[in-house]
Design a protein around this ligand. Structure first.
Ligand SMILES: NC(=O)c1ccc[n+]([C@@H]2O[C@H](COP(=O)([O-])OP(=O)(O)OC[C@H]3O[C@@H](n4cnc5c(N)ncnc54)[C@H](OP(=O)(O)O)[C@@H]3O)[C@@H](O)[C@H]2O)c1
Length: 291
């Protein structure tokens, strides 16, 4: 029997806070039988995608929407498709209109960078927040956001900074990737009848005590719409439109896309930790091998 060597990232045990390399995630060599039966194919992975949702599968308990990892299990993953997430949720749920303003958190990330650029194409004023000065410069200079701030370095508070940047026109859509204090500030500043697209809550993913948003009653008094979604909610028709339009925009150079590439499968646990700590600058991928 022919044996091939397969390296795998394995789940060691559930973390209570950040998943640490060697403690919660390890790497293992496994022998696999590569003698193919009829109609079987052997695949070789060249790259993998790192996605925040994987943290939910490491919680040691059943996630609402996915299977969770058990100790000793090889980490597997779905192709999440941040581009489709951004396109589907912004256009189908957000219903953006020219002249409106959108605020996006984690705006330089995989989802955020595309939401901002699509919103600009549709004639919206775009405000973004991100976790470093470099990321803020990228939003302003490369992605042409109208305003952006580093939420880790605000003068008074996220709330005051957001209020100042939104100005008298306020904003109409909040694209929420982070939850927590930023969501609370957004609820405070967003215009009456505003829409909140609830995409992610990353500020709580590694915390044993989720942030308690204190102004949820303003959803009522401001007649807000809170639009939660999962990427697989969108129809095939939307996916076909996404593939056609976004591919064309990319090919024409009308939108750009930044990736954060880590080289080497063995560096995956560190790269995943980095993603959860904001060390990625763009879509996080791991390059495993050359073509
Ligand atoms: N609903 C869906 O179907 C769906 C699909 C895909 C993704 N998502 C969600 O969308 C969000 C973005 O995902 P992504 O793939 O685009 O990841 P990403 O933005 O490329 O990477 C995650 C970013 O989150 C930010 N972050 C980390 N900790 C934070 C904290 N405590 N407070 C504020 N920001 C923090 C960091 O950027 P900074 O440096 O800016 O802090 C980090 O770079 C995640 O919440 C994810 O779970 C949802």
């Amino acid at each position: 029997m022919v044996k091939a060597n397969n390296r795998a990232i394995v789940f060691l045990k559930p973390p209570t806070e950040f998943p640490l390399p060697g403690k919660h995630l390890g790497i293992e060599s496994q022998e696999v039988d590569d003698k193919l039966k009829e109609n079987e194919v052997l695949t070789r992975n060249l790259a993998l995608s790192l996605d925040p949702y994987l943290r939910g599968r490491m919680s040691g308990q059943k996630a609402d929407y996915l299977t969770w990892f058990k100790p000793g299990q090889t980490i597997d993953s779905y192709v999440v498709g941040e581009g489709f997430t951004a396109y589907g949720s912004l256009l189908e749920l957000g219903q953006p209109k020219a002249g409106e303003t959108i605020f996006i958190s984690a705006a330089s990330g995989a989802v955020g960078q595309l939401v901002g650029q699509i919103a600009r194409r549709f004639g919206l004023r775009v405000i973004g927040s991100a976790g470093s000065d470099d990321k803020v410069q990228y939003l302003l200079n490369e992605l042409k956001f109208d305003a952006a701030f580093n939420y880790k370095k605000v003068n008074k508070s996220i709330l005051e900074t957001l209020r100042e940047l939104a100005g008298p026109k306020g904003f109409d859509i909040y694209y929420d990737n982070v939850g927590g204090e930023t969501l609370e500030a957004a609820i405070e500043v967003i215009n009456k009848h505003g829409r909140i697209i609830a995409c992610g809550h990353i500020s709580d993913y590694n915390s044993t005590q989720p942030y308690a948003v204190k102004n949820l009653y303003k959803i009522i008094v401001k007649s807000l719409k809170v639009l939660g979604f999962m990427v697989y909610d969108f129809s095939t028709e939307v996916r076909v439109r996404f593939e056609k339009e976004v591919t064309q925009w990319l090919l024409n150079g009308e939108i750009i896309y930044k990736e954060h590439v880590t080289v080497g499968l063995e560096n995956t646990p560190e790269a995943f930790l980095g993603l959860l700590q904001g060390k990625n600058f763009g879509k996080a991928v791991v390059k495993i091998a050359d073509l």
